[in-house]
Design a protein around this ligand. Structure first.
Ligand SMILES: Cc1cc2nc3c(=O)[nH]c(=O)nc-3n(C[C@H](O)[C@H](O)[C@H](O)COP(=O)(O)OP(=O)(O)OC[C@H]3O[C@@H](n4cnc5c(N)ncnc54)[C@H](O)[C@@H]3O)c2cc1C
Length: 518
């Protein structure tokens, strides 16, 4: 058996694995994604992307493709039957995300179901000549001091191949086998007492709601049935309903005939439908106690599983991938020491744990008539979940003490070390400050360009805010005109100079060496 080599082997082609591969490619690092499914996932799962995820996709050059998918936020309405004229809004999405406008060049929230996002990411990865291999599962893995040896199995032929990689990314989902193999424990509530059945069917259900936009979902609630029609692709739909074991109900009762009856009862009149699949599902709240084990890294649900009621597992997954990818690439390229990789856990574990716990509440729980699992006074605003965290690690230089228990939360983004840089429209709205961040480190300043530029090594790109945008920049960051922000490739502030230091060369060099552990 010949042994192939790849710098990074990624197990799992969900949102986490694909985002990691796409971001590694952006940073010039090769990877191989293996996925035991035979094809791209065709069901929606996560439907909406938050602005922070959209910013990551924008950085990949995928904003236009994602925007083309659909409306900013599809309607969600409630009706006594699908064919009824009666209709009320089910969730006030605008209220949930109120106050977040203007924080980003991207919409606060945008419809892009995983079934549409995953093919976009796969195309992007393949366009960068990296491989996503479907129908291939990881069968065995063993790591040593210099790399990881894995055995891959073709799910159809059973044929095995050996592969050696420098690093392994476990993006194998909520029931991560790799997490167990690596001996990583996990904390949290585990399976939540929420018993869902997904009934996938084909049928012309949308003809009853032609006035609702693309991606709109309809909850039907009456004495016989309570469930939500969620569009998947064309006439493929998932009808989501729940059952209650404490009332003696079981998943086994959802036979094809029962599912057909339920859907027709929800429609309110007979229509032709074809049941495609019936899948029971329980959400999990579970966070790995370590996101790093030697040369292996957990991302996505393998690291931080959460019910899809608030923070959104796919969103947090993409953001963890964004945190890990540039660090892996920097180490693979010899620009950083391996210690940089441990900051992935230091930075993302507090955020993953926080997001997971905060997801024990939210409006969808109320919609499903399920009690929130978190006290209302523990519920943090959406800003805290989406962008309000400040990383604390060796990859951030900060002289302020944390203001709260992990994660350290801020109430606004003003260029504090460890936070995502503030977004400002520049050049009459043609460009965002986020667009100035490249694949390496970027120094943003409004003045003394030449001094800063000669102080910066070739590893730092210097970007100057123009005179027209200067006031807004200074006001938003609180910097003096000669000050600067050193920004990491993931758009987080690594170091902040309030004003031009006496020896900017020495200061910048010290900052970069500290962050890159080099
Ligand atoms: C009904 C539902 C609604 C959701 N709604 C939202 C939402 O609104 N917003 C949001 O952000 N998130 C939502 N989520 C959560 C979101 O789907 C997940 O958080 C996200 O998919 C996590 O991605 P992942 O890549 O970590 O895991 P997954 O998507 O589960 O991918 C893991 C992959 O690993 C593969 N795999 C496992 N073991 C192996 C192996 N040994 N070899 C090869 N491949 C392997 C699996 O086949 C799988 O494809 C929802 C989830 C569900 C189920």
């Amino acid at each position: 058996m010949t042994t192939q080599h790849t710098p990074v082997l990624i197990v799992g082609a969900g949102a986490a694995g694909l985002a990691t591969a796409a971001l590694l490619a952006k940073h010039g690092a090769e990877s191989l994604v293996v996925e035991k499914r035979r094809e791209v996932f065709r069901y929606p799962k996560a439907r909406n992307l938050s602005f922070r995820t959209l910013e990551v996709l924008r950085g990949l050059g995928l904003a236009d493709e994602v925007h083309a998918v659909g409306a900013a936020t599809p309607d969600m309405v409630v009706k006594p039957a699908l064919n009824s004229a009666e209709e009320l809004p089910a969730i006030d999405i605008a209220a949930i995300f109120a106050g977040l406008e203007g924080l980003s060049p991207e919409p606060v929230i945008q419809y892009c179901p995983q079934s549409r996002l995953e093919p976009i990411l796969v195309r992007h990865i393949r366009n960068h000549r990296n491989e996503v291999r479907y129908g291939t599962e990881l069968a065995a893995v063993d790591q040593d001091a210099s790399g990881v040896s894995s055995v891959l199995r073709d799910v159809d032929s059973g044929e095995t191949t050996s592969i050696r990689s420098d690093y392994l990314v476990a993006a194998d989902g909520v029931h991560s086998h790799l997490r167990d193999v690596l001996g990583i424990s996990a904390s949290g509530r585990g399976a939540l007492p929420i018993y869902v059945v997904f009934i996938y069917f084909r049928g012309p259900w949308q003809r009853f709601v032609p006035h609702l936009g693309d991606g709109a979902s309809v909850q039907v609630k009456n004495t016989d049935v309570d469930g939500i029609f969620v569009p998947a692709d064309g006439d493929l739909c998932v009808f989501i309903t729940t059952y209650f074991p404490d009332r003696g109900q079981t998943a086994g009762e959802f036979t094809e005939q029962r599912c057909r009856d339920l859907i027709l009862s929800a429609v309110g009149e007979p229509i032709e439908i074809e049941i495609i699949d019936i899948a029971p599902w329980q959400p999990y709240q579970r966070v790995a106690d370590s996101f790093v084990c030697g040369r292996a890294f957990l991302v996505g649900d393998a690291a931080h599983a959460m019910p899809p009621f608030r923070a959104g597992g796919a969103n947090v997954a993409v953001q963890s991938a964004d945190n890990l990818a540039w660090k892996l690439a920097a180490v693979l390229h010899g620009q950083a020491g391996p210690e940089l990789l441990t900051t992935y856990h230091d930075e993302r574990h507090p955020v993953g744990a926080f997001s997971s716990r905060q997801s024990l509440t939210g409006p969808v729980l109320k919609l499903l008539d399920i009690d929130a699992e978190l006290d209302a006074d523990e519920e943090e605003p959406m800003f805290a979940l989406l962008a309000g965290h400040r990383y604390r690690s060796a990859a951030v230089i900060s002289d302020t003490a944390p203001t709260s228990a992990p994660p350290d939360l801020v109430t606004d983004l003003r260029g504090q070390p460890g936070t995502r840089i503030p977004h400002l429209w520049l050049e009459d709205g043609r460009l965002s400050t986020l667009d100035l961040v490249g694949t390496g480190f970027t120094l943003l300043t409004a003045e003394n360009r030449d001094t800063w530029a000669s102080a910066a090594s070739e590893h730092i790109a210097v970007q100057t805010i123009s005179d027209e945008d200067r006031e807004a920049w200074l006001c938003s960051t609180g910097l003096s005109p000669s000050g600067a922000l050193l920004v990491r490739p993931d758009s987080f502030v690594a170091w902040r100079a309030e004003s031009l230091p006496p020896d900017p060369t020495a200061e910048l060099s010290r900052a970069l060496h500290t962050i890159m552990a080099s």
